[in-house]
Design a protein around this ligand. Structure first.
Ligand SMILES: NC(=O)c1ccc[n+]([C@@H]2O[C@H](COP(=O)([O-])OP(=O)(O)OC[C@H]3O[C@@H](n4cnc5c(N)ncnc54)[C@H](OP(=O)(O)O)[C@@H]3O)[C@@H](O)[C@H]2O)c1
Length: 244
């Protein structure tokens, strides 16, 4: 497959966890990739695991909390590949649980920027380029925190709830350009984002590959159907055995 034949996916937060699993699944389906995050070594490891040559797996180091980051990132991917067919807004961040009144304002701003502003900005930039191709898909990774409103995660929950609402509203606007807009709402996934916690049975958490499988179902969904919201929960509750 030549570079110009392959469909191109931009995956944020591709260095580990869900983003790495999604990148590997897309590579297996023949996509070329733009892999974005802040840590070069982790992105390089993702690229190695895809077995793609460097020209088909572009690494872009970016801090998505920065105002200009979405434009710079999309610009780098478009300069290199000339197209973006699939955008996976996966990068997410939250500090360890902290009560609202003790949350640092810099952490508040970073949570809103990374979890909500960057996906919205990237969607606007990328959808404008996709609108003529008729085969684009944008998948946003939200969280069950959007619905369960856990204590000490108010801002993260608000950002993720905003991402769910944004996806539904943006779908209403972009559906007639044949751009698929989807949001995945996962419960606990076994990644570094969830630190060791004796109240959680990690063996019951979802593996990141299961979220990647849902992403691929969305990307490969039939042309006349769009799975706008997909809720994924662990089959068994990883915290159940520890409740009072
Ligand atoms: N794990 C769960 O239980 C769970 C449940 C529901 C939803 N989610 C969501 O799933 C997504 C992926 O999370 P994960 O569990 O895979 O977490 P993870 O293992 O911590 O991976 C997060 C990825 O996002 C990148 N990232 C974080 N902040 C960034 C920034 N400012 N700029 C650019 N990249 C940044 C990280 O790379 P760098 O640190 O190198 O930048 C990393 O590659 C997130 O949106 C998260 O909210 C996770």
């Amino acid at each position: 497959m030549t570079q110009s034949d392959a469909r191109v996916a931009l995956v944020t937060g591709a260095g580990r966890g869900i983003g790495r699993a999604v990148a590997l699944a897309l590579a297996r389906e023949g996509f070329s990739l733009c892999l974005a995050a802040r840590t070069y070594a982790e992105l390089e490891e993702t690229r190695r695991l895809t077995e793609l040559p460097a020209k088909r797996a572009l690494i872009v180091l970016v801090d998505l909390a920065a105002e200009e980051a979405p434009e710079n990132l999309a610009g780098a991917a478009l300069d290199h590949f000339g197209r973006i067919d699939v955008l996976i807004n996966n990068a997410g961040w939250a500090p360890p649980r902290v009560p609202l009144l003790k949350l640092r304002s810099t952490d508040l701003a970073r949570m809103i920027a990374v979890n909500l502003h960057a996906p919205i900005a990237l969607t606007r930039i990328v959808a404008a380029k996709m609108s003529t191709s008729g085969r684009g898909a944008i998948v946003n990774i939200a969280s069950s925190a959007a619905r369960k409103t856990p204590a000490s995660e108010a801002v993260y929950a608000a950002a993720k709830a905003g991402l769910v609402a944004f996806t539904h509203a943006a779908f209403a606007e972009l559906r007639h350009q044949d751009v698929k807009l989807s949001v995945i709402v996962p419960g606990l996934v076994d990644t570094a984002l969830i630190p060791p916690n004796k109240r959680i049975d990690r063996a019951l958490m979802m593996p990141p590959e299961d979220v990647a499988a849902a992403v691929m179902q969305i990307v490969n969904s039939p042309p006349r159907t769009c799975p706008v919201e997909v809720v994924l929960e662990p089959q068994r509750d990883p915290a159940r055995g520890y409740k009072a």
